[in-house]
Write a new protein. Structure first.
Length: 445
């Protein structure tokens, strides 16, 4: 009988089982994508030979070149994702990224009765609500903890650990590239261009850094967190995104005078007092030096979630790289295994569309002007601000700037950013400006 069993082709359900032994029980995993993160996921899954997760299939292009002897021989390797959808796997892990064909494959997997784990922030930001609805309809799970902040368990912590609270605010540093650039500028006095070049040379920034420095990467992550934590469905393009490229070394000098620093801050705040309103934006901002966000250095990420009952919770760490992201993928798999694949009572798809989405916040502001020095400049600025009922808090001017390009800073009492923007349009028409005024919110914890 032993000879007869060993002569039959191994079935995915028996993958990893020892010869002559009963098939190993566990959640059977099919992996699509064997790049940096996929290799780390396969490595971690294959080290736990007695755990509840069993890797049975790997799908990737050029499989002959990708295949490795370091993984169990029982794994089925294929270049055709249909081989996974038609197999006996319980969960499909999608790690190829992008909208196509990843979206089609996730829909196929859910339609075939498989739960799905993905690290695809672009797809979840674009189609997460639709895919969650499909998962609910099929009675399956869609988990995406690795799509935001890599190995930091922000999504799973918010969805499971804080499920009993009513969250109204999500904030954080969600892009390691921007955080590296800004902390380098702060520490060394480097220009934005020099700090970006160093980030690119170290592999922290892409050759085309637009998605990072323009705020679009962080915006996609904030949109996902808004759906997962605040239970609000918004489109990514509804969230305002402003670049960090407007920040100069002089801004860190003035920020220090205010006991602050500058970071790219992602913030979403829900107000349900009169209908449902969402204020959300990704932008460079001043934050107090004592803030936890001020202590996120280099490529670190940080996410805070604030609720009505538990107050503020913080998730922090390094959000990129194969192994950290793989940890988040594995954590999602364990979350599915703990419930035997059954959908929870309230998936993030059970959310509502806000009545209004805005990028406006009523907070103090920092204004930096670069002007050709002449009498009456401050009076002209104060007159326009007073017209809009905006109060000046302080005026700072460091010595040493030439009169042809004099930099100075005003800080403002809390005011609505929409009102301030109208005032700035008038201010920008004044003839003494050398550069466009820089306006940054000041966010206080």
């Amino acid at each position: 009988m032993a000879q007869q069993r060993s002569s039959k082709p191994a079935r995915p359900a028996n993958a990893g089982a020892k010869s002559g032994a009963a098939p190993r029980a566990g959640l059977k995993i099919g992996l699509i994508g064997f790049g940096t993160v996929g290799r780390s996921v396969a490595k971690i899954l294959s080290r736990d030979t007695n755990g509840p997760l069993l890797l049975t299939h790997i799908c990737n292009r050029n499989i002959a070149r990708k295949r490795t002897d370091s993984l169990p021989k029982s794994i089925v390797w294929t270049e055709n994702p249909d081989d996974i959808f038609e197999s006996g796997v319980d969960v499909v892990v999608e790690l190829i990224g992008g909208l196509k064909p990843a979206g089609e494959w996730i829909r196929k997997a859910l339609g075939a009765g498989k739960s799905v784990v993905t690290a695809n922030k672009l797809l979840i930001s674009e189609s997460g609500a639709e895919l969650l609805d499909l998962a609910r309809k099929m009675g399956k799970r869609l988990e995406f903890g690795a799509s935001v902040a890599g190995g930091i368990p922000a999504i799973i912590g918010i969805q499971e650990g804080l499920a009993g609270d009513r969250l109204y605010k999500i904030a954080g540093i969600l892009n390691g590239t921007c955080n590296f650039i800004l902390t380098k500028m702060e520490a060394t006095g480097a220009s934005f261009e020099a700090a970006l070049k160093e980030a690119q040379s170290l592999g922290f920034a892409e050759a085309d850094p637009t998605a990072d420095v323009g705020g679009f990467d962080a915006r996609a992550k904030l949109q996902i967190l808004t759906q997962a934590g605040l239970r609000l469905r918004v489109r990514s393009e509804q969230i305002m995104a402003r670049p960090i490229s407007t920040i100069e070394a002089v801004d860190f000098m003035y920020a220090r005078e205010l006991n602050c620093t500058i970071r790219q801050i992602s913030l979403a705040q829900k107000d349900a007092t009169n209908g449902v309103r969402l204020a959300a934006a990704v932008q460079p901002a001043l934050i107090p030096s004592a803030s936890l966000m001020a202590h996120a250095q280099g490529s670190q990420n940080l996410v805070t979630a604030t609720g009505e009952f538990a107050g503020r919770m913080v998730f922090s760490g390094y959000g990129a790289g194969g192994d950290p992201t793989a940890v988040a993928v594995i954590s999602d798999l364990y979350a599915i295994a703990r419930t035997a694949g059954a959908p929870p009572g309230a998936l993030p798809g059970a959310s509502e569309v806000p009545d209004a989405v805005t990028g406006d916040f009523t907070v103090p502001h920092y204004l930096r002007f670069t002007v050709r020095d002449r009498p009456g400049i401050v009076a002209a600025l104060a007159t326009i601000l007073a017209k809009y009922e905006i109060s000046i808090d302080a005026l700072l001017q460091k010595p040493g700037f030439p009169h042809s390009a004099l930099s100075f800073v005003m800080t403002l009492e809390p005011c609505d950013s929409a009102v301030l923007n109208r005032a700035l349009k008038e201010i920008e028409r004044l003839k003494f400006h050398v550069d466009k005024p820089l306006c940054l919110p000041i966010f206080v914890d």
